[in-house]
Write a protein that binds this ligand. Sequence first.
Ligand code: FES
Length: 78
Amino acid sequence: MPEPAIAAKQPAVLELDPGVYWWCRCGRSNTQPFCDGSHKGTEFTPMELKLEERRRVALCCCKHTGTPPICDGTHKGL
Ligand code: FES
């Protein structure tokens, strides 16, 4: 698997309503932290994030987190 692009070295902290979201795994999306289809032609596919209730989440934007799609602080060492 190739290295994902680093979209940002900080997470996107969002208050999200219940529903299904698609987290960008490739780092190329222009609508971070969500997929906009820019991964086409790469080996990456987005990751589904399903929320049953309204929740505050810190979504990884460096794309190197060990707990995708949630930030684990890995960006601090990049
Ligand atoms: Fe990055 Fe779709 S744009 S996974």
